[in-house]
Design a binder for this molecule. Sequence first.
Ligand code: UT7
Length: 332
Amino acid sequence: MKLNSIRSAILGIGMAVPSKILTNFDLEKMVETSDEWIIERTGIKERRILEDGENISKYAIEASLEALEKAKVSPKEINLIICATLTPDYLIPSLSVLVQNGIKAINAGAFDLSATCSGFIYALAMADQFIKNNPNWKILIVGAEALSRKTNWKDRTTCILFGDGAGAVVMGKSSEPEKRGIIDFILGADGSQWQLLTLKGGGSCYPPFDKRLPEDEYYIKMQGREVFKAATKMVEKTSLELLKRNNLTTKDIKLLVPHQANLRIIEYLRERLNLPKDKVYVNIHKYGNTSAASIPLALYEAEKDGKLKAGDLILLVAFGGGFTFGGALLHW
Ligand code: UT7
């Protein structure tokens, strides 16, 4: 295990999700699908969806304020805000700037990070590097998504999957570096398969209302089966590599907290790592796939459920469109 004398750690965590619930039964009325099919193929029962007129920044701010309170850090102490998102309120300003204003973090820099569903792990890795170079810094990381706004509600192969929500953590120097903090991470990408999962419309290639592009390209499009195959390989390889290079085995892990994209992908990984069910945290049934928000939402609820105790060794692993992938090992 490579342990620097300065380690970054999660000092506090918060979450906030819209109160509107969209169940599988609601979806049965919108597209040709069934509660049974969705549960069997994905594990999802319901997801949270923004009301008309609501924006995800509201939840990003709420989650951030809770994380700050738990960390006992004031907004003025925050040096940097990183929002991992692919669905910010606007392209300008960034979501992170709206959070900076909303929480009154008057001394913070702010930027958004675009790494799809792996965004939270990328942000953790970035914060870790900043803190190692500036040990007194406090960094707010937010994973927040409004995927319902980029979902094609006529496409049954994708609309059953996604949900909205926000999770936030405050990062700072670990006060007990021998027991708590980030150990190691892997960040990866494979752009050769980018066509399998896209949202083309609205970027600079096809600006909004560009007549060359069919309407469905203004929403998330995915070749699910191919993404599934690639995802299982990426999460297994990343998890095993992280453990191996830190001289750890799956037996050392107290909790695996994977990106919540599909229960079958999580189950595949659990079996490959030979972990019992109670060592893998799952909350996909309540929120669906919330992309960059999924890991902080799962971490928050794992701690609330008493599954995460100070000093526990946890493995985070994610993958997403691009492809991007990433993993992190840390002592909680
Ligand atoms: O976080 C970003 C990364 N994204 C992911 O990880 C998603 C990865 N992929 C998946 O989770 C799965 O591929 C899906 C859940 C999207 C689809 O599950 P699948 O088991 O791969 O189904 P499939 O695409 O192979 O489709 C099987 C059948 C098809 O019918 P035929 O061709 O066998 O007659 C589909 O048309 O199921 C049909 N189908 C549906 N039936 C009822 C597809 N969507 C639905 C639906 N309800 N919603």
